[in-house]
Design a protein. Structure first.
Length: 364
């Protein structure tokens, strides 16, 4: 079974409420203007792509990274953007979404095409692209994942301890009130709360006011529920493919039959997952919550995004030296000014064992 055939079988198992592969993708209209935040995010993404590009080419003895994804420095509101955007939409419908980088074996690398084929029409490089062993979509997040993980662990521990203290206080001081037939089910709920079950506990908070003790008990239940809610909050950083991209990545895999991967670059480490594993996750609703969640993401223009727990992915870079950054002034039409942040330099130290496992190669 070919790589694409494996993907096709997986798509049959994904609920249509997540992605309906039986209907064409929605073609989008060009945005009318860019914001400073959008350009800063684009600059950050370009930096992340360059970081992985340099890391692979400076580290690998047998493989070469080549720039492939669209990289034109033109944004909404500038002359020629509408034409660029519509041509991009045409290409999405024809071959799918180009990943940012392609990985070639050195013997298949075309020195005449060099390290950047992003502006070459797809019809001229189809056979060459099919020789690649992987396509990499590079995403970025402005987080230090180690510090985030530590703070989330501390937050969970603190509120778990507080929840158990409140639970015990209720059982020790208010059991007599809860013995009432209409309130007795709360005793079972309280007794079921422990460090293992707290992530799945759910109950409707009472709001008793008849007596002073009942009011105090209601406030304790509120405190308990508030602490449980914090323990149950998502506590992981994620790899973030957009739902609208799933169809166009699938189309690219259909066109070229080359394995596709998502890399998420943080400012201290990087993680990766295969597109095949993303589809596999989406076939299993039971994994939603622990392994991934689906939500609208303000950082992705409020687009519906799959947020995949990095703890269940492969570490790509075990250390990243942060980039230099500077403010940039950009003059748009009618004298409108945008100020944004650009990034350069930085170094990624690849986790070779984990990376080769992810890419299913042995001779990096």
């Amino acid at each position: 079974m070919t790589y694409f055939n494996e993907l096709r079988e997986l798509t049959k198992l994904i609920p249509e409420t997540i992605v309906d592969f039986s209907i064409p993708r929605d073609r989008t209209s060009p945005p009318t203007q860019a914001s400073s935040m959008f350009i800063s995010n684009k600059e950050q993404g370009d930096w992340a792509e360059d970081l992985i590009f340099r890391a692979i080419n400076e580290t690998s003895k047998n493989y070469v990274a080549v720039r492939y994804g669209k990289s034109d420095d033109i944004v909404a509101g500038e002359k020629g953007f509408d034409q660029f955007y519509n041509e991009f939409q045409d290409e999405l419908d024809t071959i799918g979404k180009r990943p940012d980088l392609l990985i070639f074996k050195k013997e298949d690398f075309d020195i005449n095409l060099d390290y950047d084929i992003s502006n070459i029409p797809h019809s001229e490089i189809t056979d060459y692209v099919k020789k690649s062993i992987a396509g990499l979509e590079i995403r970025s997040s402005a987080f230090l994942i180690d510090k985030y993980e530590q703070e989330m662990q501390d937050r969970t521990t603190t509120h778990l301890e507080q929840a158990l203290v409140v639970k015990n206080k209720i059982l020790e001081n208010f059991t007599d009130l809860l013995e009432h037939p209409k309130k007795k089910h709360f005793i079972d709920i309280l007794n079921s709360i422990n460090s293992e079950t707290i992530t799945s506990i759910s109950f409707r908070r009472p709001s008793w006011k008849a007596t002073e003790r009942l009011q105090e008990l209601s406030l304790l239940f509120k405190d308990l529920k508030d602490n449980i809610a914090i323990v149950q909050k998502r506590d992981y950083l994620s790899i973030t493919p957009k739902i609208e991209d799933v169809k166009v990545v699938y189309k690219w895999a259909e066109t070229f039959n080359v394995p596709h991967y998502y890399f998420q670059v943080f400012f201290d480490k990087s993680y990766g997952i295969s597109f095949k594993n993303i589809l596999t996750l989406l076939t299993d609703p039971e994994k939603e919550g622990d392994y991934y969640e689906i939500s609208q993401d303000i950082k992705n223009q409020n687009k519906t995004t799959v947020k995949i727990n990095t703890r269940n992915t492969n570490q790509v870079a075990y250390k990243i030296i942060e980039p230099e950054h500077k403010s940039v002034r950009r003059e748009m039409g009618r004298g409108r000014l945008l100020f944004y942040v650009s990034f350069e330099k930085g170094t990624a130290y690849l986790d070779i064992d984990s990376l080769t496992t992810l890419l299913n190669i042995t001779d990096f």
